[in-house]
Design a protein around this ligand. Structure first.
Ligand code: GUN
Length: 293
């Protein structure tokens, strides 16, 4: 069988960002409103610093206002909460993202639930999670939206497909399962306690791997011809002691079995920031009373 088709996340992210930039220009023109995204980083986690810098650059490149707040690693929870309150009240800010993970002294859930749901561009607030679940318009987590756009790019209409999600996090596993249901898929969610995981994953016409374990999903876990979306970004030691990025899927094996597959890097990763910009434009339009739903 021929190798799987590689789903190009970089190219699709470029398309999404171009659409967002158009929407931003139109909103400025018609209503004099510039969407603004505030990103809060607490501490100096190196991976988070890189993400935050990239977010800032791409926000500005889409024509939006970017506000960056860097707080020390020992910042008290009350200070993070008062910054969130200030951003909730700031009319120039339409989207608020508090970068995770947060240092141990801060209760991440308390911070997330303090964000105005209308500005919750991560889609992590209980109001948005609940609205997604019952089919109301909501701000939806960025990585799951990216996964759906990538699967649609590869397969077109997803109706009737059996989608298997490995991972049950609030950030990816649970929301992506909801979105797949909305696409009329039959959805199975499995996780580390699932009995005979390979027997379950190999039933998926679509397989979404979001477990955070390097190269866990082997070729034999994949249904021949399936569409494989790899959400993992894991840094491991490669040949000669050099560090390299790998997904949750063993790409070398999977590419021989799957029909289509996202690479790491260059698959889901670039889509996450593109979808964050898309959410920020959506939030700005909704806050300005221009709901698209
Ligand atoms: N850390 C890793 N991914 C994310 C994300 O999507 N949102 C936030 N806020 N933090 C993250």
């Amino acid at each position: 069988m021929a190798d799987a088709k590689i789903i190009d996340g970089k190219a699709l992210a470029l398309e999404v960002r171009a659409q967002v930039a158009q929407g931003v220009a139109a909103l400025k023109e018609s209503h004099g409103v510039t969407p603004g995204l505030a990103v809060v980083l607490v501490g100096e986690d190196p991976a988070s610093s890189v993400y935050v810098r990239n977010k800032g650059k791409q926000t500005a490149a889409a024509g939006m206002a970017s506000f960056e707040h860097r707080l020390g690693a020992d910042t008290a929870q009350a200070d993070v909460l008062s910054l969130v309150e200030k951003l909730n009240a700031d009319p120039k800010v339409h989207g608020i993202l508090v970068q995770l993970p947060l240092p141990g002294q801060i209760d991440a859930d308390a911070v997330i639930q303090a964000i105005d749901p209308a500005k919750d561009v991560d889609g992590f607030h209980a109001i948005n999670a609940g609205r997604l679940m019952i089919g109301l318009p909501a701000l939806v987590p960025c990585t799951p939206v990216g996964c759906i756009l990538l699967a649609r790019k590869a397969l077109g209409d997803l109706t009737g497909a059996h989608a298997v999600v490995v991972g049950r996090s609030n950030i990816v596993g649970k929301p992506v399962a909801q979105l797949l249901l909305r696409e009329n898929c039959t959805v199975t969610i499995c996780h580390s306690r699932t009995r005979d995981l390979p027997a379950v994953t190999s039933q998926g016409d679509i397989l979404i791997a979001a477990v955070g374990r390097p190269e866990m999903v082997k070729g034999g876990w994949i249904r021949p011809g399936a569409c494989v979306i790899d959400v993992g970004i894991n840094r491991i030691e490669g040949e000669g002691g050099k560090s390299k990025l790998v997904g949750d899927v063993d790409f070398a094996e999977a590419v021989k079995v799957a029909g289509s597959i996202t690479p790491v890097p260059g698959g889901v990763g670039p889509m996450t920031i593109a979808c964050l910009l898309r959410n920020t434009l959506r939030a700005a339009r909704a806050i300005e009373g221009l709901d698209e739903e």
